[in-house]
Design a protein around this ligand. Structure first.
Ligand SMILES: Cc1cc2nc3c(=O)[nH]c(=O)nc-3n(C[C@H](O)[C@H](O)[C@H](O)COP(=O)(O)OP(=O)(O)OC[C@H]3O[C@@H](n4cnc5c(N)ncnc54)[C@H](O)[C@@H]3O)c2cc1C
Length: 141
């Protein structure tokens, strides 16, 4: 039994799980993959994000590959080129997502990895999350 179930342990789910666990909620974070897991992505994000989420600063050296200072865009026909100063951080999603996932675990989030969610139902006054394996978890409403 948990207060909250979050399906998907990517940056969105793991960040929500971290905050809710920190607030004292009994959270279960479910993902079909095992972490660290990879994710197709360019891996670019604004460095300002780290200022906005200061708790990420502590582990930034684990996922930050570098900072791009100049951005160049070419039009499909190659006739137009835009060049500008940017501050884009670059990370491998395997490391970035795992750092956020671990931050949730460090705040006490319970995790169920390798469990693909099949359905969510609402029997009586509860929420039931069923996975493709035999297990299911009930969340209090
Ligand atoms: C090719 C590509 C390039 C990109 N490049 C950039 C970029 O450079 N910069 C940028 O900021 N964004 C980029 N993005 C977007 C970025 O990847 C997403 O915005 C981001 O991953 C969304 O985070 P999320 O936590 O919502 O979802 P996700 O990171 O997708 O996480 C969802 C999680 O849910 C789990 N899951 C899904 N279904 C189930 C299920 N039924 N049961 C259990 N678990 C489940 C998955 O395993 C996954 O771990 C790119 C995306 C793509 C596809």
């Amino acid at each position: 039994m948990y207060d909250i179930a979050i399906i998907g342990g990517g940056p969105a789910g793991a960040t929500a799980a971290r905050y809710l666990s920190k607030k004292g909620q009994n959270v279960c974070l479910v993902d079909r993959e095992h972490f660290p897991r990879n994710k197709p992505c360019g891996g670019g994000f604004s460095y300002g994000m780290i200022e906005e989420f200061p708790w990420l600063k502590e582990t930034a050296k684990e996922f930050l590959q570098g900072i791009c200072r100049i951005g160049v865009m070419h039009s499909p026909n190659g006739r137009i080129t835009l060049k500008s100063r940017i501050d884009m951080a670059v990370a491998l999603r395997t490391d970035f997502d795992n750092a956020i996932f671990q931050a949730a675990v460090d705040e006490g989030t319970n995790v169920m990895c390798g469990q693909r969610v099949k359905s969510v139902s609402f029997p009586d006054d509860s929420v039931k999350v069923s996975t493709y394996s035999v297990c299911s978890l009930l969340v209090l409403s």
